[in-house]
Structures are given as C-alpha cells and as structure tokens.
Design a protein around this ligand. Sequence first.
Ligand code: SF4
Ligand code: SF4
Length: 320
Amino acid sequence: MLTRRAFLKRCRDISLLMCGSTLLTRSLAEGFLHLAKDPPALAFIHAQNCMACTTSMMYGNDFDFIDFLSHVGRLELHPALSFRQGADYLTNLDRIAAEGDYLLVVEGSIPSRPKEACYLGAKPLYDVLAGYASRARMVIASGSCASHGGIPASAGNRTGALSLAAYLKEKKVEVPQLRIPGCPAHPDHLMGTIAYIAATGVAPPLVKDTQLNKEYYGELLHNRCSRFQHFSQDLFVEDFAKDKDNCLLKKGCRGPITASDCPMRRWNQRTSVCVESNTPCIGCMNPRWPFVSDLYLETADVEDLPWSEMKQKIKDRPKS
Ligand code: SF4
Ligand code: SF4
C-alpha cells in the first residue's frame, strides 16, 4: 500500500526526472490520481538491438525501472523483463493489440532487406510490427537504433536497417510517434516521457518539426558543458593525460552539433557524463550518429568532422 507521503515523494522524484525541478509535483499527483484506475498499458518489442537500452534502464539511474513501469503504467510485456516469454509473450501481444490504446516502445532498428534478419515469433518483424504499431495509442522509439537507425544502419547497412519512423513510413502507418535517441537511451528520457504521457494523456512538448521531447533535446549539449569556459578561451585538449579541464573539440567532440541535456542530467546515478570523464561526446543522440568518420578522432583527423556546420552552430548559439 502506497502511503500519501510515499506517493508525493514519488511524484516529486518523477518531476525531478522530467524537468530537473519539483515544479510539476502537484500537477503530477493530480494526474496520477486521475489515472490511478486506468494506467496506460505498456508493451515493449525488441527489434535489431543489443539490449543496452534495456540494461541502461535497469542500471543507469537511481529510479527503479520495473517499479516505475508497474506503478506509473501497467507493464504488460517486455521481452527481457516480464514473465511472459515465448508463445505466452506473442499471445499477450496479440491480446494487447486487439484491446488497443496502449503505448508501444520499440528498441532496435527494423531490418528490411533481408527482412529475415529479425523475427518476432515465426514471422519477420518487418511483416508484423506495423500491425502492432497501428493499434497503439502512441509508439516510442527507444535508443538511437529505433530513433535513427543507429549502428545497424551505419556504413554498409547489411540488413537494410530502418529507424522506426522510416519503417512506419514505408508501411504507410500513421500513428503518433516519439523518439528517445541515445546509445543507449538515457533512463530519465524514457521514463520521464512515459510519466508525462501517463499523467497528461498527451505527448510532451516537442522540438519543432521533430518527435523529440523538448525538455531533453531542446538545447545543444555544448551550451551546458562544464568545459564551455575553456572552449570560450580557446583552451583545447592536446594531451589527454595533461589537459584534464580543457575543451575536447579538437579531439572530435560532437557536443556543438548534438542536442541533449546529458551534462546536466549525467549518467549512472548522476555520477558523470562523457565530457566530464575526459572523453569527447561522440554524438550518440545526434540523428547522424555514428557518422561516417571514426567515433573517436585524433587532432589530425579533425577535418573529417562536419567542421563548417560546427562553426556555424557555435556562431549561432544563443547569447546569454
Ligand atoms: S566542444 Fe565538447 S568539450 Fe568542448 S565545450 Fe563543447 S561539448 Fe564541451
Ligand atoms: S555526452 Fe554525447 S556521447 Fe555521451 S551520452 Fe551524451 S550525447 Fe551520447
């Protein structure tokens, strides 16, 4: 039995998770009370993925993922976390789809050529996913593979891997969609988005002309980076062992072209983030990730970066 105090604490935690402040605690409490009798059904489907997005949900943050799914929504199916597996999973997926009005979360890209690269039960995922998506209230692409194609769709793309949006377009399915990019997806980004939908019944405010939650992907990572002062003074890392505070731009950092709140939100129970760990941001939340150049670059390779675009973005950054 959830006490009133525990309930409000949970609402406060979710508000922090969603927008970094307790501002929404009261609205969330009212929203959850309204939805308490009928939380949204949640179903997960794994496409061509590596399981890192699920692993990130389980270990990447201090908010328990299964607890969250069980209380904020009604977790029906997850290929790795629910008891329903194999034939039971498929039977229940059909049941949920027949009932409709559920949130469908897809992890991984969808192989199209050959479509046999990934099966759901006895059929290629490519053939059956559209049917499940078309009956959902909303579909959420979790991780960069589902959001933009990711690693399976990078150079060579031997399986004709498609993002969820590209797949649904090919299949002519029109359904509200959201993208939670990241390799892996950040637990706060997925849970915060689901919490928003559960509490309000609608999608969160989006970045213009995208399916990206504005709260998380509304600003360039570079603008919030702890190394920004060093960037402003043209102090760049030359030697990783010595220049521990300088800007990583000339080591190939994609912070200036990647929109994400990673530096504020951080990872692993808010312990750290790539740029704080002396590692350039590789832009894993950028739609073009993993780019055509190497993930990690030496100074000599820096011209491989979309350099002119970076300069323009930096030039255009909002003046504060
Ligand atoms: S280029 Fe990278 S390391 Fe430098 S300030 Fe921007 S995000 Fe931070
Ligand atoms: S800092 Fe960059 S590479 Fe690291 S998680 Fe964020 S977007 Fe991905």
